[in-house]
Design a protein. Structure first.
Length: 197
């Protein structure tokens, strides 16, 4: 029994070392430059050890994305089950801007070679959010899909634009602006309707 626990702990530590090394590499290089050889050299493990844990780099990436998604789920599940858009949007911005996880997510969103990974992550979070609460359930599935694409892509694109512009708008104001756009569209900001933010 003690031996099994020791083996399990060793497997867990190796998996954590592989993931940590992968995350460091994500922060330093484009996705197509990350190889098993480079990763195993950095992690100081044998290639066979890597393949005991993962079949390929893509499988490792999926595991890391799953960890990020689970962390996000923990935060999103702390808000009201009705998932008001202002609270959901705030969780997104604060998660993207916070700590090591946020740093990884920013790379996934901002660096083109990782965009496929961020799309998978956002698809998983959307599925999680809609399973928790779907305010568009009355719509036919094809219309729900369009609404969901609008919400997720718009959120990512507004975040991306904000970061690329150097975060000139304070984060609380950016959350307020992006929430208003998501909730009511751009019509409210037309010259004949604009009251200022």
């Amino acid at each position: 029994m003690e031996k099994d626990r020791h083996v399990d702990l060793r497997v867990q530590k190796t998996t954590e070392a592989i993931k940590e090394t992968y995350c460091e590499m994500v922060l330093e290089m484009d996705a197509d430059r990350i190889t098993v050889k480079e990763l195993t050299d950095r992690a100081r493990i044998h290639r066979k050890t890597f393949y005991l844990h993962y079949s390929c780099i893509e499988a490792l990436a999926e595991d890391v994305i799953g960890d990020l998604a689970n962390s996000y789920f923990g935060r999103i599940d702390a808000i009201d089950p009705g998932m008001p858009i202002d609270e959901t949007n705030r969780v997104f911005f604060e998660f993207m801007e916070g700590g090591r996880e946020g740093e990884l997510l920013r790379r996934l969103v901002l660096v083109p070679s990782y965009r496929a990974f961020s799309n998978k992550l956002f698809a998983a979070t959307l599925q999680h959010n809609r399973a928790r609460h779907n305010p568009y359930a009355a719509l036919p599935p094809e219309r729900q899909a369009i609404v969901n694409v609008f919400l997720t892509q718009s959120t990512q694109d507004m975040y991306l634009r904000w970061v690329e512009d150097g975060r000139l708008i304070p984060m609380d104001e950016m959350i307020e602006l992006s929430t208003a756009l998501l909730a009511r569209g751009a019509a409210q900001f037309r010259d004949d309707a604009y009251q200022g933010l």
